[in-house]
Design a protein around this ligand. Structure first.
Ligand SMILES: Nc1ncnc2c1ncn2[C@@H]1O[C@H](COP(=O)(O)OP(=O)(O)OP(=O)(O)O)[C@@H](O)[C@H]1O
Ligand SMILES: [Mg+2]
Length: 260
């Protein structure tokens, strides 16, 4: 089965590419710690947007606000045309099925085999599948990440790179229209990290997904990001292509490229 489970809306003629995520004036504080202070960002269909920011700047908070895992104090998040914080629980659950989330740690369940980990989102899904359909989805997910032979292994029997691939397979098993990646390559060696980036790109092309990718990785910036936004002091400080940001003289922007 190619493409997202849900119908792909075509943008109306002359309107330009459809915006699948729209964040406006997002504010989020924890006590006195003001993390987001008026953040804005648009993600268009089929696009990979990378968010760069220092550790603790609020990147994970930001993507949790997209899926309703953290409620912003102020502002609006529109996902696939729906106002996330105006939805009831049922509608929010249905919307979440269309969004994949790769957490900062790959967060596999240690007590479950690879197959059981992959089946987990399928069991929680409102759309019932037969055992055959479930088997086919697990098989396709494992093939996508080149790990067909691992289905009966436990996460502790996999390397870090393999765990990340299985995490990616689990995130993508319901063919989400939007995927949110929180540090998909952190903690991996550069070669394995690059393989993960190539996998993300291949799956983006295969399924036509739109993504927000949080990362510090040069390969992500150069190979995977159609656009990069810099989260600075709670706001979208600047956004542009890798080449545009790289050539900016602004020291705030430059600091992110010194180590890249
Ligand atoms: N649930 C929470 N309760 C209280 N404070 C929180 C919570 N989640 C995040 N924070 C605070 O929000 C700030 C931003 O955290 P966040 O995890 O978004 O940073 P980050 O940019 O993802 O950093 P890193 O690059 O290290 O992952 C931090 O000061 C953190 O302590
Ligand atoms: Mg984080």
């Amino acid at each position: 089965m190619e493409g997202a489970i849900h119908s792909k809306m075509k943008p109306a003629a002359g309107v330009g590419p459809e915006v699948v995520i729209r964040m406006r004036d997002l504010h989020k504080a924890f006590g006195a710690n003001k993390v987001l202070k008026g953040f804005d960002l648009d993600v268009r269909r089929g696009e990979n947007v990378m968010v760069l920011g220092k550790s603790g700047s609020g990147k994970s908070v930001l993507i949790k606000c997209i899926v309703g895992l953290l409620r912003p104090d102020q502002g609006q998040v529109m996902v696939l045309g729906q106002d996330v914080y105006a939805l009831g629980q049922d509608d929010l659950d249905h919307l979440r099925v269309r969004i994949g989330f790769l957490f900062q740690s790959s967060a596999l369940y240690d007590s479950m085999t690879v197959r059981e980990n992959l089946e987990f989102p399928l069991r929680r899904h409102w759309f019932a599948q037969s055992a055959e359909e479930r088997d086919a989805l697990v098989k396709e997910a494992l093939e996508n990440v080149g790990l067909e032979h691992t289905s009966d292994l436990y996460p502790s029997e996999l390397s870090g790179g393999m765990r990340r691939r299985i995490g990616l397979a689990r995130t993508l098993i319901l063919k989400p229209e939007i995927v949110l990646y929180d540090e998909p390559t952190t903690g991996l060696d550069p070669i394995t990290g690059k393989e993960i980036v190539e996998l993300i790109l291949r799956l983006q092309k295969k399924y036509g997904t739109s993504s927000v990718i949080i990362s510090h990785d040069l390969n992500v910036a150069k190979l995977a990001a159609n656009r990069i936004a810099i989260l600075m002091d709670g706001r979208n400080y600047v956004e542009g292509s890798y080449d545009e940001l790289r050539s900016m003289r602004d020291p705030v922007v430059q600091q992110f490229f010194i180590f890249m």
